[in-house]
Design a protein. Structure first.
Length: 126
């Protein structure tokens, strides 16, 4: 991260009262949490959003679940079979699927897969 001049990234007279600063992370250096023998993850979360990198080995299953927030899922490597609302979706590398709030979904990794999820709502629950 480089230091910018005091005028870069600033819109004059907008939100002068709010001096919050961005928070910087090096995602590659975030700890890897082993959820099961076939599922691990790295994540960053704040009060209203969460970014998760799921590392799924072939055959990994994420059980049926739902949550209050919308979920954007981007498969960057591999492929998954998803069941939701009585339908089957096969999502491959480069494809995105979006789950509205409260929509049940479950995953099966068809091969070794990297899944990037972004969730945003009024609050994030782990």
């Amino acid at each position: 991260m480089n230091n910018a001049s005091s005028n870069e990234g600033v819109i004059p007279h907008i939100f002068d009262h709010y001096k919050a600063m961005p928070v910087f992370y090096d995602f590659d250096n975030m700890p890897i949490e082993e959820v099961t023998d076939k599922i691990s993850r790295q994540y960053i979360y704040s009060g209203q959003s969460m970014l998760v990198k799921w590392i799924l080995k072939k055959g990994a299953q994420v059980p049926l679940h739902h949550h209050v927030n919308e979920q954007v899922t981007w498969i960057t490597q591999g492929s998954v079979r998803i069941y939701s609302q009585g339908k089957e979706f096969v999502v491959k590398a480069g494809e995105v699927i979006i789950f509205p709030p409260h929509v049940p979904h479950e995953f099966l990794a068809l091969e070794d897969t990297i899944d990037i999820d972004f969730e945003c709502s009024g609050s994030i629950h782990q």
